[in-house]
Design a protein around this ligand. Structure first.
Ligand code: NAD
Length: 419
């Protein structure tokens, strides 16, 4: 019996089973590694602008506390439930361990469509959610960050709410804050930059000229848009993008700066162009060099995987590829190069870690230093993953997750079981 359920949680369990088998982890040790340490469910009442009261359910799951505080984003979306948040927390643990951060994984969220809230309502919900979480979080317990449906402004409200209760400013309670409120240079761009940096490495490995390369990007929020900007800056042609309102395709290449400006003004890609509209699902299987899912989970299932025509799958989103799809990808003769999510989008948590370190020290770095350190960590983890996959003759995902699980297991083993 467990309180966690749903397809995303099942996917995390299924993936862990593959890794545990690969590492020959004894069965009686598996639940200790897999099951979250803590989960909290809260009711967040807010005043609506029309004078009524609405209540939204919020969650926070802390996966393990073995290596230090937990770390993870907060998602505001209608997909959010305890199972999804638990799966995302588990993936965060393997990710942090893979890239060598002193954190366990966490994730939180509120079941809400943030676009249905006014700015005042969003502020009320953000503040109430953080207020409800105060007994369970802290700079050395659990540090939040942005995720789908939240942004720098929401992090500023979180930080302010926590700080007002402490009677002092505690910038290190969240990361992904505005630079003006203790955030770090380079955090906003960090995840997309990391995705593009790794995709560029693989383009190089495959001897694909950047100026001849094409990319398709699903999701045009923080991760998708900065991936597009970075890839375009290397010379890669962005031929298709999508968001929750639809997809756009232009074989000649889309104007990324114009797309970013449109989304900045209107909040989504809707209304950008009628002529360029395309099927949002069909977009994933367009011929291209780099496919970047940067929206949500489980968009590449076995059927889509069989039809993919990309050469590199750079997973910006968490959990975009189902275990069934992984099996299809492993059997394909044309060997699509998969950069799995826990490596591909880890630039975000890496630079969140830098933000936390800078806040604790009150010593702030130049953007060049942030980027240089981010890329160094990504390069190291990429090399380790590729070497491990080759050595063990396993997929990149299995290799990356095995490295992460192994590190968490080693820490748990050496610390022992209390009491
Ligand atoms: P965001 O809210 O800024 O953007 C999400 C984008 O996805 C929006 O453009 C939205 O319209 C689009 N979208 C939602 N559902 C869609 C669908 N079904 N089809 C196409 N587009 C859809 O969120 P984000 O921060 O960019 O996060 C995106 C993904 O990246 C999530 O999986 C998140 O967990 C992951 N991620 C984010 C970060 C980060 O630093 N923000 C770090 C690591 C991983």
């Amino acid at each position: 019996m467990t309180v966690y359920s749903g397809p995303v949680f099942e996917m995390a369990v299924n993936q862990f089973g593959v890794i545990a088998d690969h590492l020959s982890i004894p069965h009686d040790e598996r639940a200790r590694l897999l099951m979250p340490k803590r989960s909290v469910t809260v009711s967040c009442p807010i005043h609506r602008d029309d004078g009524t009261i609405a209540v939204f359910e919020g969650y926070r799951v802390q996966h393990h506390l073995t290596l230090g505080p937990t770390k993870g984003g907060t998602r505001f979306a209608t997909s959010v439930d305890l199972g999804e948040v638990a799966a995302l927390a588990i993936w965060m643990s393997w990710k942090c361990a893979l890239v060598g951060l002193p954190y366990g994984g966490a994730k939180g969220g509120v079941h809400v469509d943030p676009t249905s809230l006014s700015r005042t309502e969003l502020e009320g919900l953000s503040r109430r959610y953080m207020q409800e979480m105060i007994p369970f979080v802290g700079p050395h317990t659990d540090v939040m960050a942005p995720d789908m449906g939240t942004n720098e402004q929401v992090m500023a409200w979180f930080m302010d709410t926590y700080s007002m209760y402490q009677g002092k400013t505690v910038t290190e309670i969240v990361t992904g804050k505005p630079v003006a409120s203790g955030g770090t240079l380079g955090r906003r761009e960090a995840t997309g930059r990391g995705v593009a940096y790794l995709a560029r490495r693989v383009l190089g490995l495959k001897s694909i000229n950047f100026n001849d390369a094409t990319a398709v990007i699903q999701g045009f929020g923080n991760v998708g848009s900065y991936t597009a900007i970075e890839l375009a800056s290397f010379g890669v042609k962005i031929i298709a993008v999508s968001d929750h309102t639809g997809a756009l395709y232009d074989a000649k290449g889309l104007d990324v700066a114009a797309l970013v400006a449109h989304v900045g003004k209107h909040g989504s890609l809707a209304g950008y162009s009628n002529e360029l509209q395309y099927d949002p699902v069909g977009m994933l299987t367009l011929p291209c060099d780099v496919l970047v899912p940067a929206a949500t989970e489980r968009v590449i299932d076995a059927k889509v995987a069989a039809q993919l025509q990309c050469r590199i799958l750079a997973e910006g989103a968490n959990g975009p590829t189902t275990p069934d799809a992984d099996l299809v990808l492993e059997q394909r003769q044309d060997a699509i190069f998969v950069i799995p999510d826990i490596l591909c989008n880890s630039g975000g948590v890496v630079v969140s870690y830098f933000e936390w370190v800078q806040d604790l020290q009150q010593l702030f770095w130049e953007e060049e230093e942030v980027m240089h350190r981010e890329y160094k960590i990504l390069d190291r983890a990429f090399d380790q993953m590729v070497a491990r996959a080759k050595r063990d003759k396993v997929s990149h995902r299995t290799a990356a997750m095995a490295i992460g699980v192994e590190k968490v297991r080693a820490a748990k083993t050496t610390r022992g079981l209390f009491p």
